[in-house]
Design a binder for this molecule. Structure first.
Ligand code: HEM
Ligand SMILES: *[C@@H]1O[C@H](CO)[C@@H](O)[C@H](O)[C@H]1NC(C)=O
Ligand SMILES: *[C@@H]1O[C@H](CO)[C@@H](O)[C@H](O)[C@H]1NC(C)=O
Length: 504
């Protein structure tokens, strides 16, 4: 009897699943017809139920620092938009500017980030991990803190840049600039955000600060692993990661408490406005936020999100730029010429903005080596990409509910049909005429465009100018490798940036 019931229930279950599958198919077929969608090209794959071999292929390429060239090749072989399966999920990949615009801007509301589970343990629910109303709230909270006045504190930056300059040998000895740039940006970011730098460039005894820098680096690399694992992430546990997150959040929480206590010493908003910051008139990001909310978790989440968004990215921009400069002496000489107009003075905010060649160099660096080299979104409702379907790739493509759409800026920026036959070459001069729109958006676009763009360009530009001023001379590469990726949340150089500064 009981056996019969089980068989009956199982049969009912199977019938239900089949019916549901049929209904879904009919629903999507009608939707596709309605929008004139045609199927996107299928990536040739041995097996597309689990997509394990594709995962393995990508992991291998990733270990060998050639995931980005693999993506370029895949697009050259399969067109600008294609579909594949990985880790049991069907995804769409595209490097059509129109599609990227649809995902990030025109049909913004049809997508979510899909990275909150991977990043949540470290970042909680701040701007970098939330969607919808929660994200809007974060963005509104943070946005006012990115105005010109707040981000143009070049004195703060100079303190840390001077620590960096002290570590660059002037006798032609080889130095790897990349780790120095990562230390520079954690020092300046913690100073700006917390009001106190972890001092990783200094030879001081700030043990806790330095432990924070180490743990933050580690937690970030774990977060990337978790993200890559996709739905399989739930089977992956790492106690060391849990401990790192706990340490990082506790350390940050200490500064949050301080900022809240500081705010509480004022009787009125008027008093506060008269005394905008502690620490001698210095702008402290956290103190600004503490005027608006007392929730400790919110403040911790937001401040860590910004540290995550702003720290590695800027270090990577600097590293990739110097990697290219060391291999293009004519560009270095031209840059020196532009810097010479300052007559040895440190540049001001407006002066930096007016240095055209410096901007071409940073733009070209971000085109050829976009620090956010790949990105993705997940559809929260069935939606449509404007192009990529059919034999000619010009018909719209249907995106199913829950389907990831990924896009590799690295591959997009190397499209010869968009950037010319020399797309693979580092040529800052091309920016004299290039006005790219959605073909080159290293800071993303649409409602979630990078909040820190001006901040990053100021910090990187200032650092580049100060290095030119302080060490001058000729810049020599001390490493014969071509650029290869070192991919975390941001992408820099696998072999570091080994250079020497020699007289001349
Ligand atoms: C070269 C340096 C930088 C590059 C290339 C860059 C690029 C990007 C990109 C591509 C995004 C979009 C990510 C996504 O939506 O999936 C983004 C978002 C963001 N960036 Fe940047 N970024 C840089 C530096 C900074 C800095 C220095 C800060 C802050 C101090 C910052 C703060 C943010 C924030 C808060 C977001 C999230 C915005 C939102 O979701 O509404 N970024 N950035
Ligand atoms: C910070 O202090 C001001 C002035 O007393 C007060 O109006 C504001 O509510 C405080 N902020 C928080 C989050 O407590
Ligand atoms: C730099 O690139 C951006 C697009 O990424 C573009 O809007 C801007 O005009 C470029 N600036 C210069 C000076 O070429």
């Amino acid at each position: 009897m009981a056996q019969h019931t089980i068989i009956l229930l199982a049969a009912a279950g199977v019938v239900y699943l089949i019916l549901r599958n049929i209904c879904t198919r009919i629903y999507y077929a009608r939707l596709a017809h309605h929008h004139g969608c045609k199927p996107a090209r299928l990536l040739p794959q041995g097996e597309r139920v689990l997509g394990l071999s594709l995962f393995k292929e990508q992991m291998k390429a990733s270990m060998e620092a050639r995931l980005l060239p693999l993506m370029v090749q895949r697009h050259r072989d399969n067109g600008n938009t294609f579909k594949g399966s990985i880790m049991g999920r069907e995804f769409i990949t595209t490097i059509e500017p129109e599609n990227i615009k649809a995902v990030l801007s025109t049909n913004f509301k049809d997508y979510k980030l899909g990275r909150e589970d991977a990043l949540g343990p470290l970042l909680g629910r701040g701007i970098f991990t939330s969607d919808g109303a929660r994200w809007e709230h974060s963005r509104a909270l943070l946005r006012p803190s990115f105005t010109r006045d707040q981000i143009s504190d070049l004195d703060l930056l100079e303190t840390h840049v001077s620590h960096l300059l002290a570590l660059i040998p002037r006798d032609g000895a080889t130095v790897d600039l990349q780790p120095l740039f990562f230390r520079l940006t954690i020092d300046s970011a913690t100073h700006f955000l917390f009001g106190e730098s972890v001092g990783s460039l200094l030879d001081t005894d700030n043990k806790v600060g330095k432990a924070f820098a180490t743990q933050f680096n580690f937690a970030q690399s774990e977060v990337v692993k978790r993200h890559r694992l996709g739905p399989m992430r739930r089977f992956y546990r790492n106690k060391q990661f849990d401990e790192a997150c706990e340490f990082i959040r506790a350390y940050t929480g200490g500064f949050v408490d301080k900022a809240l206590a500081y705010n509480a010493t004022f009787k009125s908003i008027q008093d506060l406005e008269k005394n905008p910051t502690s620490e001698k008139e210095r702008y402290v990001f956290l103190q600004e936020l503490a005027k608006q909310t007392i929730d400790k978790n919110t403040l911790t989440d937001e401040i860590l999100s910004i540290l995550m968004a702003g720290r590695d990215t800027t270090a990577c921009l600097l590293s990739n730029t110097f990697h290219a400069l060391a291999r293009h002496p004519e560009v270095w000489m031209k840059l020196k010429g532009e810097v010479a107009h300052l007559d040895g003075r440190t540049p001001g905010y407006e002066e930096l903005r007016q240095m055209k060649y410096l901007k071409y160099i940073m733009n070209e660096s971000l085109r050829l080596y976009p620090v956010v080299a790949g990105n993705s979104r997940v559809a929260v409702r069935p939606t449509v990409l404007p192009v990529g379907g059919g034999a000619d790739g010009r018909s719209p493509v249907l995106v199913r509910l829950g389907q990831p759409v990924s896009f590799f800026a690295y591959a997009l920026h190397r499209r010869t049909d968009l950037f010319g036959p020399d797309a693979d070459e580092f040529k800052p001069e091309r920016w004299e005429t290039l006005r790219p729109g959605w073909t080159c958006t290293p800071f993303s676009g649409g409602p979630r465009v990078c909040l820190g763009q001006q901040f990053a360009l100021t910090e990187a530009g200032y650092t580049i100018v100060r290095i030119v001023q302080a060490v001058g001379g000729k810049l020599e590469s001390r490493d014969e490798h071509d650029w290869a990726e070192k991919m975390g949340l941001a992408t820099c150089s696998f072999y570091g940036v080994k250079v020497g500064f020699v007289e001349g």
